[in-house]
Design a protein around this ligand. Structure first.
Ligand code: HEC
Ligand code: HEC
Length: 396
């Protein structure tokens, strides 16, 4: 009798202890709990897996994921430019092709509910396949092609097994790994945060404080670029028409242009002649293309203004070059058309007020720079726009 009852206990007890140990040890080794930087809301996830983040980072910067080994995510979302790109009005893709839109910053992208400026993608885990498959971005001919390509590259399969166990390398795990890395791209603790949420009175100048008062007051900016009591993402995650899209798509082009042939020599070029030699501009109707709701015509997602000093040029089409241009644009009440947001109207800001508003926007640069360095290696990210241009012509 005694022999029989002791036997199961010998088996049960050690496995119980192992199970308890695994439970206690797992969170400390596998996942680390995260605290957002000062000024950011609680994170929309409870932990990040370091093995997935590391793998996602390699994929994000690896130019061999594109059809001709030239483009990576990191060449349009540059770490030195707050994960946006500043080189032209809109991003430049494979073989120098222009994209219809400006590349937005990926800092704090984890908080976004709908991705892309028209909100067409609700899932950060599947989003990476859009640029990989787009013929003007990374131009992969198919999902299977890219999976096979990654499988052929040294070490990746091993890293996928470390990060995902038996799931290994497949369409979902590629997206999830890149997304896990993107979720680690957090940026807060700007001078504004230290002043507003950290109680550091001297972190902002008088002029910058006046700019903030205008931002949440007379200028009405915080009606869409929200600022909370405890944190701020400077966006309502909604879609609004400021008139920028209307201007680009709907205003008739002038019948002719004055063109300077050489210094002092001007000539007139008819619009209809120009059209035969230049590409017609893509007709971008914004959120309307996704919802087919006429109220969404030329509406775009409110961008976060964190790091806005680094992410020029501005608006979905990059048509405003500087923050001064943006403030002038809002001061005029945006661009009038039937569907313009009712929240926009002329502001009558004085020269000093406009300067204060710009000064305030420049305080929103976070302190992320040091921690977000790209990996090194010949197929991995460029350090600047200048390198990105040269690298696009060269396979790795
Ligand atoms: C050729 C330039 C280019 C490349 C390469 C590129 N992107 Fe982008 N990215 C853009 C542009 C432009 C947009 C805005 C497009 C739109 O709204 O339609 C964008 C938007 C995004 C967004 C949405 C952000 C938001 O706030 O809504 C995410 C996320 C993103 N890209 C991640 C990636 C990842 C991951 C890769 C690599 C797999 C990548 N991008 C490769 C140019 C690029
Ligand atoms: C009605 C809502 C609304 C209000 C009010 C508003 N904005 Fe915006 N803001 C937007 C939207 C939407 C965009 C994106 C437009 C686009 O992409 O064409 C934007 C874009 C911007 C950008 C460009 C960011 C980038 O990365 O391209 C800046 C800077 C900006 N707003 C600052 C301000 C300031 C300063 C004010 C106050 C004077 C203000 N906004 C008022 C909705 C608003």
């Amino acid at each position: 009798m005694a022999e029989r009852s002791r036997f199961p206990l010998l088996i049960v007890l050690p496995s119980l202890i192992c199970a308890l140990l695994a439970f206690v040890v797992y969170p400390a080794t596998g996942n680390s709990p995260l605290k957002p930087p000062l000024g950011l809301p609680p994170l929309p996830y409870t932990s990040l897996d370091p093995a997935k983040v590391q793998l996602g980072k390699l994929l994000f910067f690896d130019r061999r994921l594109s059809f001709n080994n030239t483009m990576s995510c990191g060449m349009c979302h540059l770490p030195t430019e707050a994960f946006a790109s500043t080189q032209g009005e809109t991003a430049i893709g494979i073989e120098g092709q222009s994209l219809p839109r400006n590349a937005p910053s990926l800092l704090n992208v984890a908080y976004q509910k709908l991705l892309f400026l028209d909100g067409r993608e609700p899932d950060i885990d599947t989003q990476p396949w859009s640029p990989i498959l787009s013929s003007i971005e990374m131009a992969s001919p198919s999902v299977g092609y890219t999976i096979a390509r990654i499988r052929d590259l040294p070490n990746y399969e091993n890293l996928f097994h470390k990060a995902f166990g038996d799931r290994g390398l497949d369409m979902e795990t590629v997206g999830e790994a890149i997304a896990e890395y993107e979720k680690s791209l957090l940026s807060g603790n700007s001078r504004f945060d230290r002043w507003k949420y950290g109680g550091e009175e001297a972190a902002l100048t008088q002029q910058e404080k006046q700019g903030f008062a205008l931002f949440v007051g007379k200028a009405g900016c915080s009606g869409c670029h929200l600022v909370g009591e405890h944190d701020a993402l400077f966006t309502d995650f909604k879609f609004h028409a400021t008139g920028i899209g209307y201007k680009a798509s709907a205003m008739a082009p002038p019948p002719s242009y004055q063109v300077e042939l050489e210094a002092g020599v001007m000539t007139k070029v008819e619009e209809k002649d120009l059209r035969t030699v230049s590409e017609r501009k893509h007709n971008d109707i914004g959120r309307f293309a996704i919802t087919l709701n006429s109220e969404d015509r030329w509406a775009y997602k409110t961008p976060s203004l964190r790091n806005v000093a680094l992410t020029y040029p501005y608006m979905h089409d990059g048509s405003l070059r500087t923050l001064e241009n943006v403030v002038d644009f809002y001061n005029a009440g945006g661009i009038d058309f039937d569907g313009k947001s009712p929240q926009l109207h002329p502001l009558n800001l004085s020269k000093e007020e406009k300067a204060s508003l710009v000064a305030f926007l420049k305080t929103l640069t976070g302190d992320q720079k040091a921690t977000l360095a790209p990996p090194t290696g010949s197929c991995l990210a460029p350090a600047s726009d200048h390198d990105a241009n040269a690298m696009r012509d060269r396979q790795c």
